[in-house]
Design a protein around this ligand. Structure first.
Ligand code: FES
Length: 146
């Protein structure tokens, strides 16, 4: 679906901007300069405001991601259910460190909350959500994305 078709379904009010960005990203995996310009026009907002708004949210990508993206929730509820052990298992399996961009194929990052606190620990791999993840489940989850 084209960005224009996505946008016409969303009323161009400032409170709908995040919704528009997420919908645009869902279609393209990231929101590039061209998409930001179209969204700025549609919402009648300065382009700089779209960029600053988009960059505020971890889940919005303004650059094409060439690495497989793994995100693990480090919010309080997920931490209390051992998300740190899950993260360590992922780090050991892939030989990378969260927040370190040096790995050529994968990127692991902590995020503050995915809004699924009662189903934690929550892990997102390439946009797919995994709930109630235990360290012993990591191998199976990651293997399908290798
Ligand atoms: S704290 Fe993990 S989903 Fe909210």
């Amino acid at each position: 679906m084209s960005l224009q078709k996505i946008l016409v379904q969303i009323e161009p009010k400032p409170e709908n901007l995040l919704r528009a960005l997420k919908a645009a990203q869902k279609e393209n995996k990231y929101i590039g300069e061209k998409e930001c310009e179209k969204i700025a026009d549609y919402f009648s907002l300065p382009l700089a405001r779209i960029y600053s708004f988009a960059s505020f949210f971890n889940e919005i990508r303004t650059k094409k991601e060439t690495k497989k993206n793994i995100r693990i929730c480090s919010g309080g509820p997920c931490l209390s259910k051992d998300s740190a052990k899950v993260a360590r298992q992922i780090e050991m399996l892939l030989g990378l460190e969260a927040g370190n961009d040096a790995h050529p194929k994968y990127k692991l990052e902590y995020i503050s909350c995915l809004g699924l606190c009662d189903r934690g620990p929550v892990v997102e791999v390439e946009g797919q959500i995994f709930e109630r993840v235990k360290p012993e489940m990591v191998d199976d989850i990651i293997q399908s994305y290798l």
